[in-house]
Design a protein around this ligand. Structure first.
Ligand SMILES: [Zn+2]
Length: 418
């Protein structure tokens, strides 16, 4: 058995009853964020230092806003703030520091996190009691009773953490659960590397096999599936009913696509006798052992944007684990700059229209495939010349997503449409 955490997205079925309470919590989280942000500014202006997480917690725990939420929820807000500053401080670009969460006099609905002490879970009835902070208890009650539903194949137990996330239309719950999963023997001992390219393709390279390319642009196309009118109409009370429907439909299509893709990739890995899948770690994108999401980092944003990276890799991870395949996170450094043919890392090497051109050996190849080969080699460690036939000049097999059948089908090389 392997112990791991899984995050399940749950729909709140009694949304109308809990919405006001969750709104209050979400606004409170924004207010506490701002209190912390202000404190950081003062410290910074006074002595040029950015206080860390521990200082924020100990200095602000008696602040009035701290008691709006359950203490663990408030702690989490300050942790997020400290993490946002660390990530900003570590990033090379001149991005602005994390800002205040405020629009004029209004506050956005921040994500609210409950940890174990703030959660009572009734597995039988699919109910969660989420504790309110002292200030919000008032006359009503001291907890929010949310009823939820998840995908039918999901069993929610051992909740470590619950997050209420405002998705633009409504609140949803992200439930982080500890899980024991049976481990099968790996289908082989090979390694595969995956690069989630910014050119909207996913490239996978198999050790001793040929690289393959999968489209990610289906998601992009889908955005055009609905007219702007249908999708984006905002009334005074938020998006119109029609827009909500269109958004839900789009999100179901997206879900289906990501599920199908991750399933297909795992199937291919089983066929190729893969033991480990190397995936580029976009600066701590994964959740830590408590299921707290870390910062995305500036470099990841571009990829994330097109790919729903976190969601895809989460699906991949648990579908792979079930087949005994480990998803291994590797440092992405230089994987896009290195030539997978000759091993040269040069700034002169360039990427144009998705093609990588090496200035040393003059090889031209698909940039995402080049990235996938380099990511795989972070684990296999074989020198470029060692498996030169692989990835290097090989034509990647290109797959297409067939909407009708909902499957990925190989595109014949050089085949013309009749
Ligand atoms: Zn080269």
């Amino acid at each position: 058995m392997l112990e791991t955490t899984r995050t399940y997205v749950a729909r709140i079925t009694n949304h109308r009853q809990v919405r006001d309470d969750l709104d209050q919590c979400g606004f409170s989280a924004s207010k506490l964020w701002n209190v912390g942000r202000y404190y950081i500014q003062q410290r910074w202006d006074d002595d040029g230092e950015i206080p860390d997480e521990a200082e924020l917690k100990s200095e602000l725990k008696h602040h009035e806003r701290y008691s709006d939420l359950h203490s663990q929820s408030s702690q989490r807000v300050l942790e997020e703030l400290a993490e946002a500053f660390t990530s900003w401080f570590d990033s090379d670009d001149d991005a602005n520091p994390p800002g205040y969460r405020k629009y004029g006099d209004d506050h956005p609905r921040s994500t609210v996190t409950w940890k174990q002490n703030g959660i009572r879970h009734d597995t039988k009835h699919g109910q969660l009691r989420l504790s309110k902070g002292f200030n919000l208890r008032e006359s009503r009650s001291d907890f929010i009773l949310a009823e939820y539903e998840t995908r039918p194949d999901v069993e929610v137990e051992n909740i470590q953490q619950a997050r209420a996330v405002w998705n633009g239309d409504e609140w949803e719950l992200h439930l982080v659960c500890r899980k024991q999963i049976p481990v099968e023997n790996a289908p082989g001992d090979k390694t595969a590397g995956i690069d989630l390219g910014i050119s909207n393709y996913l490239a996978i390279d198999f050790e001793g096999g040929s690289p393959e390319l999968y489209p990610g642009n289906t998601l992009k196309q889908d955005k055009h599936y609905f007219t702007r009118e249908e999708y984006q109409t905002e009334g005074e009370k938020g998006p119109s009913r029609r827009a909500q429907k269109a958004r839900r439909k789009l999100s179901r299509r997206k879900d289906h696509f990501l599920h199908t893709l991750s399933k297909h990739i795992v199937k291919r890995c089983v066929e190729e006798g893969v033991e480990k899948i190397a995936v580029g770690d976009l600066t701590g994108i994964r959740e830590d052992e408590n299921g707290d999401s870390r910062n995305w980092g500036a470099s990841g944003n571009k990829k994330l944007h097109g790919w729903e990276f976190a969601r895809f890799t989460r699906l991949l991870e648990y579908k792979a684990e079930e087949r005994g395949i480990l998803v291994d996170w590797v440092d992405e450094e230089n994987t896009s700059k290195t030539c997978s043919c000759c091993g040269q890392i040069r700034d002169a090497n360039r990427v144009e229209r998705g093609l990588y051109v090496c200035s040393s050996c003059e090889t031209t190849m698909n940039a995402d495939v080049n990235g996938a080969v380099n990511i795989r080699r972070k684990i296999t460690q074989s020198p470029p010349a060692g498996d030169i036939s692989n990835g290097c000049l090989a034509q990647p097999g290109v797959f297409l997503f067939d909407r009708e059948s909902g499957r990925f089908t190989p595109r014949e090389q050089g085949a013309c449409k009749p």
